[in-house]
Design a protein around this ligand. Structure first.
Ligand code: AMP
Ligand code: ZN
Ligand code: FE
Ligand code: FE
Length: 296
């Protein structure tokens, strides 16, 4: 058997992706992936459907999430792997992030209106049809209603940080996000560090309990990949990776285009296992009450 490949960073319609979990699983099957994770923004709602869909193809599924947090006034994305998608504390906290995202759509529409763009929040929510809407939904609604020429233009002119329609999300510290992932039984991984220029925060994140760094990512060059693998080894952290596929990109999905060897998933499971033997049995995540999944 050749090397088995995995993709641990994927989005669906449950946040700002355009595929359903079933479509993602089907693409993962075509790409001949052995294991995938679903890492929607601030929600685990797609995990049950993804678990069922991957099961039909014999693909291993890792429940996941991507949380937005901040450190030193800058945004940092934290991936949570092997979280219990039904953990009560986790569901309660992510529900707060989702409500803040919905309110933020209203705020961004107000700001767009002030710029002479007549976009209404209902139009965005009608397109998003999920609890965890984000800026890509605003951009897609603008393009669909011909209020803007393209998705990229919507970000560049209005939605990027520093542009007139940008609005902040709920502020949760990186330490709180890491604790939340750990409380739900998961591993906390810093997402796409090459995009965020947050390298000086890495020691602080390690101090807060960070488990790994996403070294392989669509937007990481081979040089960045090597750099972050070195950083991970220096701090005794896991190495992870994924495409960050949000749907079709230039006509085809990114899923499976970032090659991550299955061995990295083995290392993740070993780390989880050594911390919490009860959480994993026969390679499957065991759903245990949140009180039993608190990490020290
Ligand atoms: P949000 O969670 O609402 O802040 O939106 C973040 C998402 O928007 C990211 O996950 C990307 O999918 C997308 N995004 C962020 N910045 C840009 C950009 N400059 N151009 C296109 N898409 C972007
Ligand atoms: Zn996204
Ligand atoms: Fe991200
Ligand atoms: Fe992402």
């Amino acid at each position: 058997m050749g090397v088995a490949w995995i993709d641990l960073h994927l989005h669906t319609r449950h946040s700002d992706g355009t595929f359903t979990p079933e479509q993602v699983a089907s693409h993962a099957n075509k790409a001949e992936l052995t294991a995938i994770s679903l890492t929607d923004h601030d929600t685990t709602e797609g995990c049950a459907a993804m678990a069922a869909a991957t099961d039909r193809y014999g693909i291993e599924f890792v429940p996941g999430v991507e949380l937005t947090a901040e450190m030193g006034g800058q945004e940092v994305h934290l991936l949570g792997y092997y979280i219990n998608p039904e953990n009560e504390v986790f569901l309660r906290e992510t529900a707060k992030f989702q409500r803040a995202r919905q309110e933020r759509i209203i705020e961004m529409c107000k700001r767009l209106n002030a710029q002479g763009i007549p976009l209404r929040p209902e139009q965005v929510m009608e397109l998003a049809r999920c609890h965890s809407p984000g800026r890509p939904h605003v951009a897609r609604a603008m393009v669909g209603l011909e209020l803007c020429g393209s998705f990229d233009e919507a970000f560049a002119r209005y939605l990027k940080k520093g542009r007139p329609a940008w609005a902040p999300k709920l502020k949760v510290s990186a330490a709180e996000a890491i604790n939340l992932i750990h409380a739900a039984g998961g591993l906390a991984v810093m997402a796409h560090p090459g995009l965020t220029q947050m390298d000086p925060s890495i020691p602080g994140l390690v101090e807060a309990g960070l488990d790994g760094i996403e070294c392989f990512h669509t937007k990481h060059t081979p040089a960045l990949e090597r750099q972050y693998k070195d950083t991970a080894h220096r701090h005794g952290l896991l190495v992870t990776g994924g495409s960050d596929c949000h749907g079709d990109s230039k006509g085809k999905p990114l899923i499976g285009t970032v090659l991550v060897a299955y061995a990295y998933l083995d290392a993740m499971r070993r780390r989880l296992h050594s911390d919490h033997p009860a959480r994993i049995q026969n390679g499957k995540t065991v759903l245990v009450p949140s009180t039993q999944t608190q990490r020290g």
